[in-house]
Design a protein around this ligand. Sequence first.
Ligand code: MRU
Length: 340
Amino acid sequence: MDQQFDEKLTIFWDSGDIVLVDQTKLPVTYELVRITTISQLINAIKTLKVRGAPALGAAGAYGVALAAHKKKGHSAVKLKAHLRLAARSILETRPTAINLFYGVDRVLKAIEPCITVEEVREVALNEAFRVAEDDVIVNKALGAIGASLLKDGDVVMTYCNAGRLATVGWGTALGIVRSAIQEGKRIAVYACETRPLNQGSRITAFELLEDHIPTTLIADNMAASIMKQGKIDSVIVGADRITQTTVYNKVGTYMLAICAKTHGVPFYVAAPLSTFDYENTVVKIEERDANELRFCRGKQIAPRSVHVENPAFDATPIKLVTAIITEEGIINGPHRAASR
Ligand code: MRU
């Protein structure tokens, strides 16, 4: 029997505010938080209450709409100037995921021709709705295409969280798993815990179990030996940005790609076209607070004075990627496609 999945949204608009799942509370509590100001949104993005590239795209788009709706008594020209400033402060939160820029830019572009304040507000919100709706549509298309790569009984390894909670709904990497299961295939997932913030154990394991998808949690340092034991049919991860030569995703992705190559396991990247960036060659990798490594959930786990490096993302050379799965098709051997 085909399995049906809930259509829960990670982020949505409600009565003039943004509402989002507070992902820092997972897996213990599933709590919605109401965002009424841009500074609350900025805080929510920086602290990863909302996270994952496509969800950040929607957060950025809704953020510009929020700024438009909360600002009173402006002319259209002044309101647009105010929105550009709000957009800039939203974009300063996290530099790596291009989807944040994509969501913000779509709304800023949409309001350009608007003449009245009312028009700016209406167009901004409508475009933000479209960014959010498009995300679910695109993920389902990508999922259906990617599902063709999975066989009944396959076991997929994934990293970080590229599921419904990293998007507005359905997910990219985990969207492929959901689509394959909906087609009637039996798919199991190995979720890497994804230190230091444990998006794998807290969020991926949570959302997969919610959907009754067989899940095994492993520590990140087990990935190579699990692959060596022949337990994994493919690795599927998401992406924060894809350039001609490189996939930027959660730090540790590169290590997984090397392991997959060594063990002959296909390494797939699932990402909407909005994650591609063929313009910039220099990509800023977000460096996060050192205390994320010195402490774990408030408990000290390293000397307070130890020097720490804590980049949120790493860069996987595209030649290690077997295929990139998008909503418009599969790019096989993407390093060859890019050099053509
Ligand atoms: O720091 P995060 O939790 O925002 O990192 C998220 C990831 O690295 C995801 O793999 C990526 O955004 C793709 S989500 C579909």
